[in-house]
Design a protein around this ligand. Structure first.
Ligand code: KMH
Ligand code: ZN
Length: 309
C-alpha cells in the first residue's frame, strides 16, 4: 500500500496583506468558504488565523474566530488547527486566546524567538488598499517574534495539558528542534510529534534542499521514530519543497498564508487550487492523500467532537 500524506492548508495567515491579492480571504465568510473548499479538495488539516472583517488586519479575537469555526465544523470533517503565532501586533497572551476558547484538536506552536522580516514586501510599488498595510510590513524590520521558553511552556500546559490540544510545532531553524527536544525531555511534549519545518522566512533557515535534509537528519537523531514532519516553503519555494518533503517521507503544507501564487505571475484564486496542485504532485509520486481521520490517528488527536465550538 502506498504511504498516506497529510495535506495541511493554511488559509489566510497574517503575513500577506489585502493589497497583495484580491483573493486573500479576509471576512469570516471568505475564510469559511476557502477552508471548506480546501477540505473538499483534500486538505486533512486547516490551519486558521482570523482578520478584522472591515480592514483585513490580523485579529486574535475569539469572537471573530467564532464566526467561522462552527461553519467549518458543520461542513467538513477536517482537523481544525488554530494559530498561536497570531500576527505581529499581538502579545503572546492575545495570540493564545482563540485556541484557549475553542480547544481545537490542533494549534500551532512556534519553537523559538526570531526575526521575521516582511519589510522587503513594503518596498515593491503597489496601490495600497488600507492605510495600515505599508507600515505593518515596514515595522517588521524592528520586530522580534517572541516565543521564549516561558511562552512555549505556557502554551504546552494551558492548551496541551488542560485542553488536550496537540501541536503543529513550527520549526524555522535547527535550534528550534533542540528547544522542542528540551520540552520532550521534561515530559511536556509527548509523541507522535508533528513538526512543521518552515523554510524561506527572512529570519529563519533558507529554502535550500540541503537545509531540509539537515533539519530531517537532526529530527531523526532527536526524535527517532516518534515524529512526523511536514514542510512549508515560503513563497515560490512552496511546491518544490512540498515535493521534496513527500519524497523524503514527509507531509506537506500549502495555502495562501504561505504563498499567494500558483506559478510566477499567476495569483491563486482559492486555497483549494493549491491543494489540488499539491495533490497532483503527490499522486504523481504514487502517494495517497490522508483523510482527516487518518491524520487524527497518525497524530493521536482527540477527535473533532471534543472541541469547544
Ligand atoms: N506563517 C508561517 C510562516 C503560526 O501561525 O503559528 C508560520 C505560521 C505561524 O503559520
Ligand atoms: Zn499561521
Amino acid at each position: 500500500m502506498s504511504r498516506k500524506v497529510v495535506i495541511t492548508c493554511a488559509i489566510t495567515g497574517s503575513i500577506h496583506t489585502p493589497s497583495m491579492s484580491p483573493y486573500l480571504p479576509v471576512t469570516p465568510d471568505e475564510i469559511a468558504e476557502h477552508a471548506i473548499e480546501a477540505a473538499e479538495a483534500g486538505a486533512a488539516i486547516l490551519h486558521l488565523h482570523a482578520r478584522d472583517p472591515e480592514t483585513g488586519f490580523p485579529s486574535p479575537s475569539p469572537d471573530v474566530f467564532g464566526q467561522f469555526l462552527p461553519r467549518i465544523k458543520q461542513s467538513t470533517d477536517a482537523v481544525v488547527n488554530i494559530s498561536t503565532g497570531g500576527g505581529m501586533s499581538m502579545t503572546v497572551n492575545d495570540r493564545m486566546q482563540a485556541a484557549l476558547t475553542a480547544a481545537p484538536e490542533m494549534a500551532s506552536l512556534n519553537m523559538g524567538s526570531m526575526n521575521f522580516g516582511l519589510f522587503p514586501a513594503a518596498e515593491r510599488p503597489r496601490d495600497w488598499k488600507y492605510d495600515w498595510e505599508k507600515d505593518f510590513l515596514e515595522s517588521s524590520k524592528d520586530f522580534v517574534f517572541k516565543n521564549t521558553f516561558a511562552d512555549i511552556e505556557t502554551l504546552l500546559t494551558e492548551l496541551g495539558e488542560k485542553n488536550g490540544t496537540r501541536f503543529e510545532f513550527e520549526c524555522y531553524d535547527v535550534g528550534h528542534l533542540y528547544n522542542l527536544a528540551h520540552f520532550r525531555d521534561r515530559g511536556l511534549v509527548k509523541g507522535p510529534i508533528f513538526l512543521q519545518f518552515v523554510l524561506g522566512v527572512l529570519g529563519g533557515i533558507g529554502a535550500d534542499p540541503e537545509n531540509l535534509m539537515h533539519l530531517k537528519s537532526t529530527a531523526d537523531r532527536l526524535f527517532g521514530e516518534d515524529y512526523q514532519f511536514s514542510v512549508l516553503g515560503a513563497g515560490r519555494h512552496q511546491m518544490p519543497l512540498a515535493a521534496m518533503s513527500a519524497s523524503l517521507g514527509g507531509n506537506v503544507r500549502v495555502g495562501l498564508e504561505d504563498n499567494l501564487y500558483m506559478r510566477k505571475g499567476e495569483l491563486a484564486k482559492t486555497n483549494a487550487e493549491q491543494v489540488r496542485k499539491v495533490r497532483e504532485i503527490l499522486e504523481g509520486l504514487s502517494l495517497e492523500i490522508a483523510t482527516p481521520d487518518e491524520a487524527r490517528s497518525l497524530l493521536n488527536l482527540k477527535g473533532g467532537d471534543q472541541v469547544a465550538f
